[in-house]
Every structure is written in structure tokens, then in C-alpha cells.
Design a protein around this ligand. Structure first.
Ligand SMILES: Nc1ncnc2c1ncn2[C@@H]1O[C@H](COP(=O)(O)OP(=O)(O)O)[C@@H](O)[C@H]1O
Ligand SMILES: [Mg+2]
Length: 274
């Protein structure tokens, strides 16, 4: 199969704290981008309770471990197809143990991603919760990090902790915020202001762009219970429309200069940081 040189947009979704909607943002953004005609891969690097496969009602038979162990030949063998043709790299139980890979396993994994030859426009990564080294190093390597935050002191504190590490250790200055579970745009702007106020004291050069918000919406909860993305189950709902809007925004972002490195590049970064 010929290798494609299509530029790849890589988006890390992070939050600092769990339970703020990171996985829902990852899943719905991916599905909404696929709806716009993009070829999307969704990499589940979060070991939280409600994983991507759970939210999408998928039952992965193979994981990244099988790729590492050589139980399967290629990335193609572990991917599962989700809604709108989104290709899911199932819950990577083992990202935590990636530090223990032998050099051969490490090389094999990078090779498997580099050798993946089907066209791909966007790689969305649902990163692990928290601010551990693996998350921050990876966020630094990707073109865009979406920080999901909601209007709760703990969410704001944890988002701040994440931003602080990304700024202090990785020199990142500009962050893209998605405010979740807010009432409206004004509510989203309040969250942005609160976070900016915390940053202003200690991280004056940090810029926080509010790129979108998702309202608190019962439809989202219902969709989660049905194990379907809200953009598909209730596309006309407030949350469904908000995710579609977020996808249009993300779709307009230019693809960064690292794109030619392809997936192998990002997986290498992810492994290096583990
Ligand atoms: N916009 C929203 N409206 C209503 N409930 C939400 C919203 N976003 C998240 N939730 C609730 O929060 C739960 C956790 O979301 P999830 O995406 O799994 O968070 P995380 O990945 O950050 O732990 C969801 O199952 C849902 O019940
Ligand atoms: Mg999650």
C-alpha cells in the first residue's frame, strides 16, 4: 500500500482533573469532524473509568498490548470502527507501563504507527487525567492541546496545575480552552476569566483562548447511558450543536509544521514521555 503524505492534525484533549467531560469532548469532536468529511483516528490514552470504547459501545478484542507483544501484525488489527467511520485505538491500558518497553517493543510500536498507510486527517488523543510527565510531554509535542474545564474550583485548580507545568517545563504559552457544563457563552467566559485570573498572578505570559463551550445538557447524559455520542444520538440538542460548532472551529485550524512527521512522530513522543 502506498504511504500517504497527507498532513496530519494532532489534537490532545486534556483537563488536569477527571470527570469534567474530557472523554466526551474527544469522542464527540472526533465524530463531528468525521461528519465534516475528515478521516479521523481517536486514540484512547486515558485509563479512566468511562473509556472511549465504553462511551461508544465498542468491545475491543485487541489493544495496544497485542501490538507491542507481536500478537497482531499491524495497527489495522487493533483498530475498531466507531460511528461515522472514526477509527478508535482502544483504551491503551499499558500506556502507564510503556516506560517498561524493551527497545525492540518500542521500535515495533513506532514502526506499526509509521507503517499505517490509510489516509488520515486528524488524530485526537484522549490523554490521561492528571499532570504527570507523560501527559505534559505529549501535549507539548502535538500541535494543539484542548484544555477542558468546567466551572468548579477543583477543575479550575487542576487546569491551572496542568497549564503551569506546560508553561514552566515546556514553554507553552497559548492554550485552547473548552468550557464544559456551562449554561451559555457568558458562563464559558466566566470560567475563562477565573482561570485567567489565577494565571495572571503566576504565569503572566500565558494566553487562554476560549475556542468553544458545551452546555450542561441532559441529552449528553442520556447519550452516555445509551453508549452513543450525543452528536449522533441527539444532533439537534444543545450539546450536540455545540460539539458540531467546536468541530467546525477545529477544522479551520491550520495543520502545523510537524505534520510531515506523521503518526510515527507523535507515538514516538508519547513513548518518550512515558
Ligand atoms: N455537557 C455536559 N452535560 C451534562 N453532563 C455532562 C456534560 N459533560 C459531561 N457530563 C457528565 O460527566 C460525565 C463524565 O464525562 P467524561 O467525558 O467521561 O469525563 P472525563 O473523561 O473528563 O472523566 C459524563 O458521563 C456525563 O454524565
Ligand atoms: Mg475520560
Amino acid at each position: 500500500m502506498p504511504r500517504t503524505n497527507k498532513p496530519l492534525k494532532v489534537i490532545a484533549v486534556a483537563s488536569g482533573k477527571g470527570g469534567v467531560g474530557k472523554t466526551n469532548v474527544s469522542v464527540n469532536l472526533s465524530v463531528a469532524l468525521a461528519r465534516l468529511g475528515r478521516e479521523v483516528m481517536l486514540f484512547d490514552a486515558d485509563l479512566g473509568l468511562a473509556n472511549v470504547d465504553v462511551l461508544l459501545g465498542l468491545r475491543p478484542e485487541r489493544t495496544l498490548h497485542d501490538l507491542v507483544n507481536g500478537a497482531v501484525d499491524g495497527l489495522e488489527d487493533i483498530l475498531i470502527e466507531g460511528p461515522e467511520g472514526v477509527r478508535v485505538v482502544p483504551s491503551a491500558s499499558g500506556i502507564a507501563t510503556m516506560a517498561n518497553l524493551t527497545p525492540a517493543e518500542h521500535a515495533g510500536l513506532i514502526h506499526a504507527f509509521s507503517a499505517y498507510s490509510r489516509p488520515l486527517d486528524v488524530l485526537v488523543v484522549d490523554t490521561a487525567a492528571g499532570v504527570q510527565e507523560s501527559v505534559t510531554t505529549f501535549c507539548q509535542a502535538v500541535q494543539e492541546t484542548l484544555v477542558v474545564v468546567c466551572d468548579e474550583p477543583a477543575s479550575i485548580t487542576d487546569a491551572y496545575a496542568l497549564i503551569k507545568v506546560l508553561n514552566r517545563d515546556h514553554g507553552m504559552r497559548r492554550f485552547r480552552l473548552v468550557a464544559n457544563m456551562v449554561a451559555d457563552r457568558a458562563g464559558a467566559e466566566r470560567v475563562q476569566k477565573k482561570l485567567m485570573a489565577v494565571c495572571a498572578n503566576y504565569l503572566p505570559e500565558v494566553v487562554l483562548d476560549l475556542v468553544g463551550f458545551v452546555p450542561l445538557d441532559e441529552h449528553l447524559r442520556k447519550a452516555v447511558q445509551k453508549r452513543a455520542p450525543v452528536v449522533r444520538e441527539y444532533p439537534g440538542s444543545p450539546a450536540g450543536k455545540a460539539f458540531a460548532e467546536l468541530a467546525r472551529t477545529v477544522d479551520r485550524w491550520p495543520v502545523g509544521g510537524q505534520a510531515h512527521g506523521g503518526m510515527g512522530f507523535f507515538v514516538e513522543r508519547m513513548l518518550q514521555s512515558a
